[in-house]
Design a protein around this ligand. Structure first.
Ligand code: PLP
Ligand code: COI
Length: 358
């Protein structure tokens, strides 16, 4: 698809602002341009890169009332050779289409999405930060734009990609492990719902659980399934644990868990690092007993923004606290984090073919 490009004159671009930023926030800054593609009458058309700015949609747009709104999250990294590399954009594009199907939205061809993201990254390459743990975060999304209040899928859509030069998702980055509140009070998703889609409703409804977790000085909630028996995931990452025989266990992807590209990637990488890997339904009681007995030595989360995030403590509503290992960052979690980010940042060979040069 032809992409029309209307760029700001050099003098109006702002990318010098990030060069001096010492610690970059996650997701707050924007680059100068965005990609837009519109859909009407069954056709994606009018692909364009334009200056970043407001979208004009009608107040009756379906996305605003009935949540026809899906998104993705990917990253690009500046390597020491001065080139920009995007990480597995094709996987994100495929998953956007999985979400689109679940929300009765139109698919957008994977090659159109990838070409659009690559072209935008090319235009904005100077925006990629170089600080440790930073990246040029890529946020594609699609919204239903028809001005119609009848409860039915929109007939028109906009696909947009914005870029955000970003630092670590959890403040402090990999230096700090996070604490998770285990609760039976809130559930992220149920079987038959949209938990495996990356749709906005899953995130808006999670704010109240996150707010509740702050009362316990936790970073987030560890969600259980609706029967309160099995571990599901965290609001922005899959969960994992590591047993003392060096097996990494990730809860099986059900229809209420997001199929994390980070989890899938780490699972591909783990055998070469000497780990076994297993996906299975994880009973919360057995998981907690495993920590108490020392059978489980480390735990954490996998996600694009979260990368590999260690968990130090599980907190309970009655005030109990269960510490994982010695409460620090375990050596296995560190090894996985380092191996994974070394590939992303070009410090180790990309043997699995994850990176695409922009
Ligand atoms: N689970 C949820 C609910 C998420 O929002 C994310 C982030 O995208 C993940 C897991 C991790 O998925 P990925 O590794 O594809 O970013
Ligand atoms: C990502 O990891 O890219 C996500 O989309 C999670 C988001 C909630 C920050």
């Amino acid at each position: 698809m032809e992409i029309k490009t209307t760029l700001l004159p050099e003098s109006q671009r702002k990318c010098s602002t990030i060069k001096d930023a010492e610690s970059l926030p996650f997701g707050k800054l924007r680059s100068d341009h965005m990609l837009l593609i519109d859909y009407a009458k069954g056709v994606w058309k009018d692909a364009r890169i334009v200056p970043y700015g407001s979208l004009s949609i009608m107040p009756g747009a379906v996305a605003l009332h009935y949540g026809q709104s899906i998104f993705e999250g990917a990253k690009a990294f500046m390597h020491e050779d001065g080139e920009l590399y995007a990480f597995r954009l094709e996987e994100n594009a495929k998953r956007l289409n999985v979400s689109a199907n679940q929300l009765c939205m139109p698919e957008i061809p994977v090659d159109v999405q990838v070409e659009g993201m690559m072209k935008l990254l090319d235009v904005e390459r100077k925006w990629c930060p170089m600080q440790p743990e930073s990246s040029l975060y890529v946020r594609p999304f699609m919204i239903g734009t028809e001005d119609a209040l009848g409860m039915a899928p929109s007939s028109t859509y906009t696909f947009c990609v914005l870029l955000s030069p970003s630092g670590a998702y959890y403040s402090g980055g990999f230096k700090h492990a996070v604490r998770l509140l285990v609760t039976e009070r809130y559930h992220r998703a149920v079987s038959g719902g949209t938990g495996s889609a990356k749709c906005c409703g899953n995130y808006g409804q999670a704010f109240q659980a996150a707010r509740f977790s702050k009362k316990y000085d936790a970073s987030q909630v560890l969600y259980l399934d609706a029967s309160n028996q099995y571990i599901e995931e965290v609001g922005s990452m899959n969960h994992f644990h590591i047993t003392k025989d060096k097996t990494v266990v990730i809860p099986e992807f059900t229809d209420s868990i997001l199929r994390s590209i980070t989890s899938l990637s780490v699972m591909e990488l783990l055998p070469s690092l000497g780990y076994k890997v297993r996906q299975e339904r994880v009973k919360i009681t057995e998981f907690l007993d495993g920590i108490r007995s020392g059978e489980i030595i480390e735990a954490g989360g996998f996600g694009t923004a979260a990368v590999v995030t260690p968990v130090s403590e599980y907190i309970f509503e009655n005030g109990d606290i269960l510490t994982v290992g010695d409460g620090g960052i375990g050596e296995n979690t560190r090894k996985i984090y380092e191996a994974y980010t070394a590939i992303q940042t070009g410090k180790a060979a990309d043997k699995l073919g994850w990176l695409q040069k922009v």
